[in-house]
Design a protein around this ligand. Structure first.
Ligand SMILES: Nc1ncnc2c1ncn2[C@@H]1O[C@H](COP(=O)(O)OP(=O)(O)OP(=O)(O)O)[C@@H](O)[C@H]1O
Length: 367
């Protein structure tokens, strides 16, 4: 593991009562990055975070922090504070007493405590609330106190377990943006657990997608969204349309896929498949454009390349876009249309044009 690695896990496994919860997990978390562990409920995210913090011991494998093996170090010696969703503030202490707690235990001098606590209160917008008790604060303010208390000790790594899930949607977005700005400003490595894929896409430098105790994919939000490693990742992160088809002979460098009466050309560079192979294509809702079909459909013929004929079965207004549900190719597509080009009340035949550059062939074998 190189010096750029803040936290490294090598073949880490953990069981509870004989049941595997994490299996052979190997991850390198880069220093100074916002790293998100994303996955469905029960996939082992919290367990992974607690292993890093030292609250659990791995059954197998090695955990390294800043290059040093920490398997046998207790949480207090790891310098990896963990912030939970329920804040865990001391109810009988004021904001200042909560934030300064760790420094007082460490017998830090008065002036230094004042300076460090003052800086944290400024950073987290808590000035003026110094003498309030937790119950006199809003949820967002309590969460900020919890962040301040965790960061005041100057740790380079901060672990966060769904810290915003008690906040309402709007506040959640505000606080996550503050958190991201603070992470950047101080160059801290933040390891953040969430099951909210939209949140993960918005704030992360790196997303680690987990499922059933295993790492499915690690990458930037763009990579995870546009180039998912498998169907599961594609389905879990963002809204996905899948088209199952068969590779057909094509004279060009691009691959062609036949699905029903549609012929779909996949961009070059995604080849490596052979005629006759079954494949799955991914299209995101914004990668499809819609047009009314208005009787141009030729009953005996085929649609043009990368076009699909379908029928609108449902629509909803999402503000920036209209979202349509469209039956086509024996599945139901979700399509987002920013131009509101189809009457939302009309259940009519439409043409779906699959934008060539947005067609992605999922690397795994079609199931
Ligand atoms: N202390 C424990 N004893 C026994 N089983 C546990 C313990 N902690 C977690 N588990 C089990 O391990 C699995 C993974 O739990 P974990 O909390 O890590 O998942 P998670 O991905 O964080 O889920 P969520 O998003 O719901 O918090 C679950 O099946 C859970 O029931």
């Amino acid at each position: 593991m190189d010096v750029q690695t803040a936290v490294g896990l090598h073949n880490v496994s953990k069981r509870f009562n004989g049941i595997p919860v994490l299996e052979n997990v190997t991850i390198e978390m880069q220093k100074g990055k916002f790293i998100t562990l994303l996955g469905p409920s029960g996939c082992g995210k919290t367990t992974l975070l607690r292993l890093i913090a030292g609250f659990y011991e791995p059954d197998a494998g090695e955990i390294r922090i800043e290059g040093k093996k920490v398997n046998d170090l207790p949480p207090s010696k790891r310098d990896t504070p963990l912030v939970f969703q329920d804040y865990a503030l001391f109810p009988h202490m004021t904001v200042v007493e909560n934030v300064s707690y760790g420094l007082r235990i460490a017998k830090t001098g008065r002036d230094e405590i004042q300076r460090k606590v003052g800086e944290m209160l400024r950073v987290f917008n808590l000035e003026g609330l110094e003498n309030r008790f937790p119950k006199q604060l809003s949820g967002g303010q309590q969460q900020r106190v919890a962040f301040a208390r965790a960061l005041v000790m100057g740790s380079d790594i901060l672990l966060l377990d769904e810290p915003l899930s008690n906040l309402d949607a709007k506040l959640r977005i505000d606080v996550r943006e503050e958190l991201k700005a603070i992470q950047k400003r101080f160059g801290i490595t933040m390891v953040y657990v969430t099951h909210d894929q939209e949140e993960a896409l918005a704030i992360s430098d790196t997303i680690i997608v987990m499922n059933k105790g295993k790492v499915m994919q690690t990458g930037s939000p763009q990579k995870i969204y546009r180039r998912p490693a498998n169907r599961l990742v594609a389905d879990f992160v963002g809204c996905a349309n899948f088209i199952k088809g068969t590779v057909v002979p094509s004279s060009e460098s691009e691959l062609a896929v036949r699905a029903g009466n549609a012929l779909i050309r996949v961009p070059a560079g995604q080849s490596g498949r052979h005629p006759g192979e079954n494949v799955t294509l991914l299209l995101r809702p914004e990668g499809i454009t819609l047009r009314p079909l208005d009787g141009q459909e030729n009953p005996g013929g085929e649609p043009a390349e990368n076009d699909v004929w379908g029928t609108v079965v449902d629509s909803s207004f999402l503000g920036r876009v209209a979202r349509y549900r469209i039956e086509a190719l024996e599945t139901t597509f979700t399509v987002d249309d920013p131009d509101f080009s189809i009457d939302m009340n009309d259940r009519k035949r439409v043409l779906l044009h699959l934008d060539h550059k947005n067609i992605y062939l999922i690397p795994e074998a079609a199931s």
